[in-house]
Ligand binder design. Structure first.
Ligand code: GRF
Length: 203
């Protein structure tokens, strides 16, 4: 499956896809990694793996619509069957999301529908929940509200700080995100009628 990955930062999730492709565990071909930030470390990871690493800075555009149009044009040059958001820290316009409907996924560091948006680990600790985690979901126009594909739970420890909690959540991200990508690549998971279907059954 041809895949394009969008990042803004470290790219540790991206690395799991690179490794999965290399080992043959993931039946994907990462066609390009695109970042809105030139200094994103994930670009280095891509280059090291021989994957085209592209930068499209939002600072070069007047508005979101213009940026998203240019981004879609860049992406579509690689003809991806799946577009993966992996720490891409920008909100995408409705038109962009509609263009990739059903082939656009994201990972969010909370047990959705809890803690949509930013600073999820801080907010989880403040709220006193005992279980936190991460979610992979299809992207729809409403932020962090798309149909879920897979989630992993992470118990909160009394001594947790946002940093220690984030670290343990990331271990789970690195497990469930490649899993979701594999299911998509194998055609086991899809989005239909606004829901996630797995092995022919609605989740
Ligand atoms: C992850 O925590 C992800 O949940 C969030 O951004 C972070 C990206 O980390 N959306 P990395 O760039 O994959 O290391």
């Amino acid at each position: 499956l041809p895949v394009v990955v969008l990042i803004s930062g470290s790219g540790s999730n991206l690395q799991t896809f690179i490794d999965g492709q290399a080992s043959g565990e993931l039946p994907i071909e990462i066609k390009a990694v695109i970042s809105n930030k030139a200094d994103a470390f994930g670009l280095e990871r891509a280059r090291k793996a021989g994957i085209p690493a592209r930068v499209l800075s939002h600072r070069d555009f007047e508005d979101r619509a213009g940026y998203d149009r240019a981004l879609a044009e860049l992406i579509d040059g690689y003809a991806p069957g799946l577009l993966v958001l992996a720490g891409f820290m920008r909100i995408l316009s409705d038109a962009f999301v509609a263009h990739y409907e059903g082939r656009l996924i994201n990972i969010h560091p909370s047990l959705l529908p809890d803690f949509r948006g930013l600073h999820t680990h801080e907010r989880a600790l403040e709220s006193g929940v005992q279980v936190h985690g991460c979610s992979v979901h299809f992207v729809i126009p409403e932020l962090d509200a798309g149909p879920l594909i897979v989630q992993a739970e992470v118990p909160v420890q009394p001594e947790d700080t946002p940093e220690t909690l984030a670290k343990r959540v990331q271990v789970q991200e690195h497990r469930i995100y490649p899993l979701a990508v594999r299911w998509l690549a194998e055609g086991r998971v899809c989005m239909r009628d606004g829901r996630t279907w797995m092995d022919g059954q609605p989740l």
